[in-house]
Design a protein around this ligand. Structure first.
Ligand SMILES: [Zn+2]
Length: 529
């Protein structure tokens, strides 16, 4: 996910959402499968829906609780029938809570199937609007828990399920979604039905459906045979078929770097009306409709969203408090791709810009990266993205590239299709490296701010000396210094800073100058005097 659009328009910030975006509670249920049948129309913004949910109860229960935004005034969803198999159930629907009263209580471990018929005009979650060319379009937009504005579901990132969308729409629309298209069929002169199915388990936040007049390009299959395509507005097709043409090689790069094939059966890159700059829906990435350059100027955005398919989608955070496991990973992996594609200097400049963003952010925020705030939109900040990315980069510096890649691979294999939190990831790091990373994780992820370093360099009797002090609470840091001799050449040395200060002195007069962190490998703020 990229919070806002910066291409060809002003930054569009996210303060206008209709839903109360509170951190959702976990329920003692595990949805196994969703089948969403939806009818879209040109005559009205109201939709008809039939949702079939296969649910495993984790505790004995007399009710099934789900999320669905109830109607108020002219918008919202109205349930007119709920059944378990063929038995009709009594329901209560208040605010965003839909309760189905079971005819016979469920036992822990039981799996049952429910069907909910409903209709209404979505207040959010499914954006029905005119796109930048004035054409009518329908795009879901779920992050963080806005799926419930139009779909009955357990809208929590830890409950992952397979999903199918069966969409009936006027024939002039093409419909794209997660997984594979298993049917596209004219059902009467003016309408068609399109059926998509994803068998890998997904969080609701990355389930997606888009219907629009699309031009579609299929790129040559990538090495692993994963079909990669672009779904764009016909008016933008020349520019966007070229821009999204970067996707197959980015996909190949990450499959190789992470050491695991692309997690889903296809990758569609979709121009859309998402409120975000980009949204990593599984196998159907939605990009802001104005993110068009025609010159591959959005490669970093595309890399970020493709990296999410492994981290954020296939492996996802247990709760939004650990959002950095999605956004920090995507940020770091996009930077790694930038380094591979455009060279180490480009990656370093990117990192330095990220560091500036972190330093600006921590001046106004006293929150750690692992952040259990209820205000989920506020998590789209420099802690989750740039600082999370920096933490992974510093981990890579600390353990070296080959162990770092083994960490990514192990974490991915262990939690693919499931969820992990920060301590789960720490345990993987410790297992792969065979030592404790408690201090590293605590200081960078559970403590607000960044190290504050006071740096003093001087010449004493022609001999160079450097002293670095830090303000408490102390970080344990390796600080790289560059030692520049009379010939202008730089040699590097690593100073371990454990407590309040560390010092380095030249042995003779050959050292002309000392610079701190010449390769931008440390996240810190320099404090003067
Ligand atoms: Zn992201």
């Amino acid at each position: 996910l990229i919070p806002f659009v910066t291409w060809g328009m002003k930054k569009r910030l996210l303060f206008f959402l209709l839903l109360p975006l509170f951190a959702p509670a976990q329920r003692p249920i595990d949805v196994q499968h969703y089948r969403f049948e939806v009818e879209l129309s040109d005559a009205t913004d109201a939709i008809n829906g039939t949702a079939t949910l296969t649910v495993t109860f984790l505790k004995d229960a007399a009710q099934l609780e789900l999320d669905l935004m109830k109607g108020s005034d002219e918008k919202g969803m109205y349930v007119f029938e709920a059944r378990e198999e063929s038995t009709r159930l009594r329901t209560q629907h208040n605010g965003s809570l839909l309760v189905l009263n079971l005819a016979t209580p469920a036992k822990a471990g039981e799996t049952r199937r429910f069907t909910i018929q409903y209709m209404g005009t979505p207040s959010d979650g499914l954006i029905i609007s005119r796109n930048r060319h004035g054409d009518r379009t329908f795009f879901s937009d779920h992050w963080p828990n806005r799926a419930q504005a139009w779909l009955p579901c357990n809208d929590h990132p830890s409950d992952k399920a397979s999903v199918e969308f069966v969409v009936t729409a006027p024939a002039r629309y093409q419909v794209v979604s997660n997984g594979q298209r298993i049917e596209e069929k004219a059902i009467d002169g003016a309408r068609k039905r399109t059926h998509w199915k994803e068998t890998a388990p997904l969080s609701t936040k990355i389930m997606a459906m888009g219907a629009a007049p699309f031009a579609v390009r299929n790129y040559a299959p990538s090495e692993g045979g994963v079909p990669v395509s672009a779904w764009v507005y016909p008016q933008d097709s020349t520019a966007l078929f070229f821009d999204y043409g970067a996707a197959p090689s980015i996909l190949r790069f990450f499959a190789d770097y992470i050491g695991a094939p692309f997690p889903f059966s296809k990758l569609a890159n979709v121009q859309s009306t998402t409120i975000f700059g980009g949204m990593e829906n599984a196998g159907a990435i939605f990009y802001a409709e104005n993110a068009v350059t025609g010159k591959r100027g959005t490669e970093e955005l595309i890399a970020h969203e493709i990296a999410h398919q492994w981290f954020g989608d296939a492996v996802s955070e247990k709760s939004f408090a650990h959002l950095w496991l999605s956004e920090g990973f995507a940020t770091a992996l996009a930077n790694i791709y930038i380094g591979h594609r455009f060279g180490a200097d480009s990656a370093r400049r990117r990192r330095e810009a990220d560091r500036e963003a972190v330093l600006r952010f921590v001046q106004t925020s006293n929150r750690p990266v692992v952040d259990s705030t209820e205000d989920l939109m506020s998590l789209l900040n420099a802690n989750s993205y740039q600082k999370g990315g920096w933490v992974l980069f510093m981990l890579q510096q600390e353990v070296g590239d080959s162990l770092f890649r083994r960490i990514l691979q192990t974490h991915y294999q262990r939690y693919r299709g499931g969820n992990a939190d920060t301590r789960d990831f720490q345990a993987v790091v410790e297992e792969v490296c065979g030592r404790s990373f408690r201090t590293f994780f605590d200081q960078w992820l559970y403590r607000p701010g960044v190290p504050q370093l006071q740096i003093e360099t001087k010449q004493e009797e022609g001999m160079a000396r450097i002293r670095i002090r830090q303000a408490p609470p102390y970080y344990q840091l390796p600080i790289e210094i560059g030692i520049i001799g009379a010939d202008g050449k730089m040699s590097l040395e690593l100073l371990p800073l454990q407590g309040g200060e560390v010092e380095w002195k030249a042995k003779d007069r050959s050292v002309k100058r000392i610079v701190v962190d010449p390769n931008s490998r440390l996240l810190y703020r320099e404090r003067k005097g």
